[in-house]
Design a protein around this ligand. Structure first.
Ligand SMILES: NC(=O)c1ccc[n+]([C@@H]2O[C@H](COP(=O)([O-])OP(=O)(O)OC[C@H]3O[C@@H](n4cnc5c(N)ncnc54)[C@H](OP(=O)(O)O)[C@@H]3O)[C@@H](O)[C@H]2O)c1
Length: 216
């Protein structure tokens, strides 16, 4: 039986990750407040793809992916339903990007270095097993990126070791190595990596990079 993945997100990240899970043999439901907007994706995505509301999608997934606008992430978790997320691995790809435009290419966040968005989400759905992942790279490189044979590094964190092991299995399939930053507080360090990732894009049009940790 294929593992069921519920992807909360009708944007580009939701699409890329949903397609990545389908490619690797998972069954996928994508969720939106307005599932009709995903009809074209569903009709092209094959028999293992379906769509639903945020609540349908949270109920469906054994693994749930949160890929919504950062300012709406808490609302999306409420709409998905903390009870439906209880016990599930929730891959959190969101970034707490504020609505203000970047300053000289540096994004503004509505969170602080003392409290990340994922900590707020974890508080909202205390029994969900949140794992931060996929937030610090552009969607073009999330699934089996080609960096001339070099595996990029995904930074992950979360309170539950078994949940992180499930996400590591996904990352392996998606062509990534990982660096575990620890518990949910690790998101205070991982979420700002998006600011760093985006600055060369805003300032010089470079959007074609990924992080790699060198070890010896
Ligand atoms: N774009 C990238 O390459 C990239 C890379 C890494 C991480 N990220 C992060 O991934 C997340 C998704 O990014 P994206 O570019 O795919 O899309 P996005 O435009 O940031 O988000 C679109 C999603 O947000 C949802 N949304 C908006 N307002 C909402 C509300 N009030 N309540 C519930 N849901 C709401 C939309 O739901 P409906 O379908 O209901 O409208 C839609 O699913 C963001 O947090 C972003 O920072 C993006």
């Amino acid at each position: 039986m294929a593992t069921k993945v519920g992807v909360l997100g009708s944007g580009k990240v939701g699409e890329v990750l949903a397609n990545g899970f389908l490619k690797h043999g998972y069954e996928v439901m994508r969720g939106s407040r307005d599932p009709a907007k995903l009809a074209a994706w569903k009709s092209g995505a094959g028999a293992s793809a379906s769509t639903g509301t945020m609540a349908d999608t949270a109920r469906f997934g054994e693994i749930v992916v949160l890929a919504v606008k950062g300012t709406a992430a808490e609302d999306a978790v409420r709409q998905a339903g903390p009870a439906s997320l209880a016990g599930k691995v929730v891959i959190d790809a969101t970034n707490p990007i504020a609505d203000a435009p970047p300053t000289n290419g540096v994004l503004h966040y509505f969170t602080t270095l003392e409290q990340s968005l994922m900590e707020r989400l974890q508080r909202l759905a205390p029994d969900a097993r949140f794992v931060k992942a996929f937030n610090s790279v552009g969607n073009a490189f999330m699934v089996n990126p080609d960096f001339a044979g070099i595996k990029p590094t995904m930074f992950i964190c979360g309170n539950d070791a078994n949940a992180k092991a499930r996400v590591q299995d996904v990352l392996e399939k998606f062509g990534w190595e990982w660096q575990d930053i620890g518990g949910v507080e690790g998101a205070r360090a991982i979420e700002p990596l998006c600011i760093l990732w985006c600055a060369p894009g805003f300032n010089g049009g470079q959007w074609n990079h990924a992080y790699k940790v060198l070890r010896k």
